[in-house]
Design a binder for this molecule. Structure first.
Ligand code: ADP
Ligand code: GLC
Length: 493
C-alpha cells in the first residue's frame, strides 16, 4: 500500500504556538503517524512573536485572496512542518486575542482565511502534496469547502471543542470568496443568520472526528451539541471519536528537564522533592504528609473552576494545600485571589501561561482537580496521571474515557469521578481522594495505576490511519448535506 500523504492544518501547533491541548495534539500526532509509515506535514501560521525557531527554506510564495485584496504569503519549511508566513495576519502577540479565552481578534475571519487559502493553494498547486487534508477546529472549517470546490483531496475535520464555533456576521461572508447563493443557507453553513466556520467543517468534511468516544456521543444531544446537534446527527455515520494520546517522551517524570528531581513508578522519592520545590516556588508552606492539590487550566466556564472556588474553604478545613496555574476569567480568578489573601501559606496562585511550570505543578501535586462541565478529551488529567497526581474529575467526555474510578475492593482504577458538575458532587469526590490520601498504601496504589497507563499515540494513530486509507479508497460523498433543523442558540467565540 502506498504511504499516504497527510497534511494537517491548524491555527495552533507545538512547538510553534500553543493556547490549549489542540497544539499538543497537532504537535505530537504526526510523529506517531510517521512511525506507522504515513508521510505527514503540519501547515500552521508563522507567529514570529511566539516562536523564533529555525526556518530551513522557503517552499513557495504566492498571493491569496481574502475579500477583494491579495495578500502575499510565503510557505516556510521548518523540519517536517510548513509555516504560513503573512506578517499582517500572524505577527501578533498571541494566537487569539485573549490567549486563554480563545476569543478572536476583530479580524480573525481574515486571519483564518489566510491560513485556509494558503493551504488550499499549497495542496492544489503541489507545493505541499496531500492525499488527505486533516483540518482542526473551526479555524479550518472552510478548507473542506474549498477542497470540494476545487475537486481536491478528501478531508477529515476534527472537533477539538464545539463551544468555539467561529461565528461571524453575515456581512463578513463575502470575504470568503464563496458564492452566497450556494453556501449561505441552512443547508450550507449559515447558522442563525451568521456564518459558522464550525458548521462549514461539519457539513463539508468527508469524515468528522472528535477527540474521545464519549464526547462523540455527547455532542449528538442538545446538552452538549451547542446548537449543532442536528447537523451532527445528520452526519452521524461519518462521525467517530478517537481518543487523544500524549507525547510520552516529552511528558516523562523520569527525565523531564523542567523538574527539580526525577522519579518513576518504581522509584517515587523524587516526587516528594518536586512537591517541596513547588511549595517554595508558590510561596506556601511545605508540609510533608499533607496533600497538595493542583490545577493547570484555562480558567473558563468549561473548566468549572468556579466549582472549586466554592469549596475552597472546605478543602482548606480538611488541611489540603492548593496550587492553581491558569489564566482567563477574572471573576473565577478572584475566588482564588481571595483565598490566597486569606490563606497565604496554603494557597498558591500562578496567573498566566507557563509551560515549564505546568510540568512542575503536575509533578508536585498529590491530587489534581479537573471539574469540567464538558471536556472533549482533556490532556491535563493524562499528564497528571503520568506524573503521579491522582485526578479528581467530572464524568464527562474524555475524562470519563480516561480516568477509571478507583475501586477499593479490587484496587483497580486511576482516580476519582464526580457524577455531576456541581460543587456538592465535586466536593464529595475530592473528599474521597483526601480520604484515600490518608491511607498511604491505597493511595500509592491508585497513583501507581495511573502512572503505569499507556497513553501513547500508537492505538489512536492506527485509527486515524485507517480513516485516511478508507478515504483514499473511496469517493467523497456529495457536498451540501440536507438541511437539518438547528436547535438552540449555540455557544460561540
Ligand atoms: P484545553 O485544550 O481545553 O485547554 P486540555 O486538557 O486538552 O484542555 O489541554 C490543556 C493544555 O494546556 C495542557 O497541556 C495544559 O498543561 C496546558 N495549560 C493550560 N493552562 C496552562 C497554563 N496556564 N500554563 C501552562 N500550560 C497550561
Ligand atoms: C480542546 C478540548 C480538550 C482537548 C483538546 C485537544 O481544547 O477542550 O478537551 O483535549 O482540545 O484535543
Amino acid at each position: 500500500m502506498a504511504s499516504p500523504r497527510i497534511v494537517h492544518v491548524s491555527m495552533e501547533c507545538l512547538p510553534f504556538s500553543k493556547v490549549g491541548g489542540m497544539a499538543d495534539v497537532v504537535g505530537s500526532l504526526p510523529a506517531a503517524l510517521r512511525e506507522l509509515g504515513a508521510s505527514c506535514r503540519v501547515m500552521t501560521p508563522h507567529y514570529p512573536q511566539l516562536h523564533d525557531g529555525r526556518i530551513d527554506a522557503e517552499i513557495a510564495a504566492f498571493d491569496v485572496w481574502v475579500g477583494d485584496s491579495p495578500h502575499r504569503v510565503r510557505l516556510l519549511e521548518a523540519g517536517d512542518d510548513v509555516l504560513v508566513d503573512q506578517p499582517a495576519a500572524f505577527d501578533r502577540p498571541g494566537v487569539y486575542d485573549d490567549p486563554h479565552s480563545g476569543e478572536g481578534f476583530s479580524d480573525s475571519l481574515y486571519r483564518c482565511l489566510v491560513l485556509q487559502q494558503a493551504a488550499r493553494i499549497a495542496v492544489r498547486d503541489g507545493h505541499v502534496p496531500a492525499d488527505v487534508v486533516h483540518c482542526h477546529d473551526n479555524h479550518t472549517g472552510l478548507l473542506p469547502v474549498f477542497l470540494k470546490d476545487d475537486g481536491g483531496p478528501p478531508s477529515v475535520f476534527t472537533i477539538h471543542n464545539l463551544a468555539y464555533q467561529g461565528r461571524y456576521g453575515a456581512d463578513e461572508f463575502w470575504i470568503t470568496g464563496l458564492s452566497e447563493d450556494r453556501f449561505f443557507g441552512h443547508s450550507a453553513f449559515e447558522f442563525h443568520g451568521d456564518l459558522s466556520l464550525m458548521k462549514a467543517g461539519l457539513s463539508y468534511a468527508d469524515k468528522i472526528t472528535t477527540v474521545s468516544p464519549s464526547y462523540a456521543e455527547e455532542i449528538l444531544s442538545p446538552d452538549f451539541g451547542h446548537g449543532l446537534e442536528g447537523v451532527l446527527q445528520h452526519r452521524r455515520d461519518d462521525l467517530c471519536g478517537i481518543l487523544n494520546g500524549i507525547d510520552e517522551d516529552y511528558w516523562n517524570p523520569g527525565r523531564d528537564p523542567a523538574l527539580p528531581a526525577h522519579y518513576s513508578v518504581a522509584e517515587r522519592e523524587g516526587k516528594e522533592a518536586c512537591k517541596r520545590a513547588l511549595c517554595e516556588e508558590g510561596g506556601i508552606e511545605y508540609r510533608p504528609g499533607v496533600p497538595l492539590i493542583g490545577m493547570v487550566s484555562r480558567v473558563t466556564h468549561q473548566k468549572g473552576l468556579d466549582l472549586v472556588g466554592a469549596i475552597l474553604p472546605h478543602l482548606l478545613r480538611r488541611e489540603a494545600s492548593i496550587v492553581l496555574l491558569g489564566s482567563g476569567d477574572a471573576e473565577i480568578l478572584d475566588l482564588f485571589r481571595g483565598a490566597r489573601g486569606r490563606w497565604p501559606e496554603r494557597v498558591a496562585l500562578f496567573e498566566g501561561y507557563n509551560e515549564a511550570l505546568s510540568h512542575r505543578v503536575y509533578a508536585g501535586s498529590d491530587i489534581f482537580m479537573m471539574p469540567s462541565r464538558f471536556e472533549p478529551c482533556g490532556l491535563s488529567q493524562l499528564y497528571a496521571m503520568r506524573y503521579g497526581a491522582v485526578p479528581v474529575v467530572t464524568s464527562v467526555g474524555g475524562l470519563k474515557d480516561t480516568v477509571q474510578a478507583f475501586e477499593e475492593e479490587w484496587k483497580t482504577g486511576t482516580g476519582v469521578r464526580a457524577h455531576w458538575a456541581t460543587s456538592d458532587s465535586f466536593q464529595g469526590a475530592v473528599d474521597y481522594a483526601l480520604d484515600l490520601y490518608e491511607k498511604p498504601k491505597l493511595f500509592k496504589r491508585v497513583q501507581g495505576n495511573g502512572m503505569k497507563l499507556d497513553f501513547s499515540w500508537t492505538r489512536s494513530a492506527e485509527q486515524y490511519l485507517a480513516l485516511y486509507r478508507g478515504l483514499m479508497g473511496e469517493s467523497a460523498p456529495d457536498p451540501a448535506p440536507e438541511a437539518e433543523p438547528e436547535t438552540g442558540p449555540g455557544a460561540d467565540a
